[in-house]
Ligand binder design. Sequence first.
Ligand code: PMT
Length: 221
Amino acid sequence: PAARPLAGKRAIVTSGPTHEPIDPVRYIANRSSGKQGHAIAAALAAAGAEVTLVTGPTREPDPAGVTVKHIETAREMLAGVEAALPADIAVFAAAVADWRVAEEAGQKLKKDGSGQIPSLSMTENPDILKTVSGLGGTRPSLVVGFAAETEMVVAHATEKRARKGCDWILANDVSPATGTFGGEANTIHLITGAGSEDWPKLTKKEVAEKLATRIVEHFSA
Ligand code: PMT
């Protein structure tokens, strides 16, 4: 096989959490470390693809040989992905906040001594995976989502693949005991139009390399 089998292919990868502001100093986020998404960007670049990584705030270093766009919110992530189109491959590993605070306060919310507790009203964020899966002419030919589940992992992920309109889903169990969020390892169920396939527990780097291999096979089939 060619040393750089994805040469000439463009890929977009999302990674990390999003931060959704409450006021100028507070935000809502989640425990995604960016390890899985960054490893996928690196593996696709190593296979020769021209990769744009759109990432929320993480401690992971920018992978070498990858164009990295740093964003904070889901809306910024969508804009970063759209600006990186067209692409042949898109992999959505980010843990995007489904909701954001409806009206970000312009000034820091104050504890004013009256005992009044603020309540936050939420609104829906754009679904980046669903938006890109539903594009017309600029839809990447291979759109890969993740499904973070805590129960009935394959059933829920199969339903998610249909609802979001992507080609493949990598389902992972994110129950606290698994350590998937933030940890070094991941156990994947790959769901495609042909059914589901269980991968053994692997390091996130191995998951990324296995996915890159599957993507190479897809384009050479
Ligand atoms: O970052 P790590 O610590 O390494 O952890 C890796 C991970 C657990 C975050 C990763 O493997 C993973 O599962 N990422 C997806 C997390 C998630 O938000 O899953 P979901 O089932 O809620 O979303 C389904 C898919 O839609 C995902 O591809 C997600 O990126 C995408 N999505 C979700 C909401 C939204 N508004 N826009 C999206 O694009």
